[in-house]
Ligand binder design. Structure first.
Ligand code: MG
Length: 270
């Protein structure tokens, strides 16, 4: 069965089951609950070889080309492609952004400092992953005693939260970022209903634990939310004038409604 037909069948099955579901909710172990959607996992990366994306992810870079990316103005991406492996920041050509825009997502991205990285503090291998183009998860070389201000170090939410741990691999080795992001939501009166939230697993270690962001990323300034916020934005990678490599980039939009808890014990009367 091809992928489209199989997704259509899964949707039809879940619709039929949902139609059969009790109005007030499920009981514990309820057989009427739809089965979880089947997703085939990707292969994990090794230092020598990039892994692959899960079956339902949008692949943003798998070594082939930069077709999913553009400059800030929408022109073809300027950064350097190393075919079959990675791409790297071409300093002073500007950011790279995805052509598509995203709201709530699970993002996987891998980055690597060059073995000959130079400079100190914010000048040492600086790039960054901007969710919705607004919130920066910092990319920097903090391996081996190279320090900067804590809320600007690798794994930090720039200007807001240092990472819970410095999980830096040494220059020349690949780091993985797995990020869960929820966009900010505003009320009708423009006040914040829900701040943006970020969870970051860095090289398998929890570095940001469902952190509520105080606003879009700012430099030196205490940020706050503006009175209008987009629902979606591009994923943006920062050109901070330093060469940094990226590979194996994929994203899953989090559109599924979260399951609700059961309302009755198994087998009990309504
Ligand atoms: Mg940066």
């Amino acid at each position: 069965m091809n992928k489209k037909i199989s997704i259509a069948c899964a949707l039809l099955a879940s619709t039929l089951l949902a139609a059969d579901a009790p109005q007030d909710g499920y009981e514990v172990h309820d057989m009427k609950r739809p089965q979880p959607v089947v997703v085939t996992p990707g292969e994990p990366s090794t230092q020598d070889k990039a892994g692959t994306a899960p079956s339902d992810a949008k692949v943003l870079f798998d070594g082939k080309d930069l077709s999913q990316w553009s400059t800030e103005k929408g022109e073809d991406a300027q950064w350097t492609l190393v075919p079959g492996d990675h791409f790297e920041v071409k300093p002073h050509t500007g950011v790279m952004r995805t052509r598509d825009e995203f709201g709530d997502v699970q993002l996987h991205i891998e980055w690597r400092e060059h073995p000959d990285v130079k400079g100190e503090s914010q000048g040492r291998g600086n790039s960054g992953v901007f969710l919705m183009g607004l919130y920066e998860v910092q990319v920097l070389d903090n391996y081996g005693g190279h320090e900067t201000y804590a809320d600007g170090s690798a794994g930090g939410i720039y200007g807001q939260y240092p990472p819970l741990a410095n999980v830096s691999r040494k220059p020349g080795e690949w780091n993985t970022y797995d990020i869960i992001f929820h966009a900010a939501k505003l009320k009708d009166d423009k006040s914040v209903a829900e701040p943006a939230r970020v969870t970051l697993i860095w090289n398998g270690v929890l570095a940001q634990d469902n952190m509520s962001l105080i606003g879009p990323t700012m430099h030196k300034q205490l940020t706050t939310y503006p009175t209008t916020m987009p629902d979606k934005g591009p994923l943006v990678l920062q050109d901070h004038g330093n060469v940094v490599d990226y590979r194996n980039v994929w994203i899953r939009e989090l559109k599924q409604e979260l399951p609700k808890p059961p309302v009755r014990s198994n087998g009990s009367e309504k």
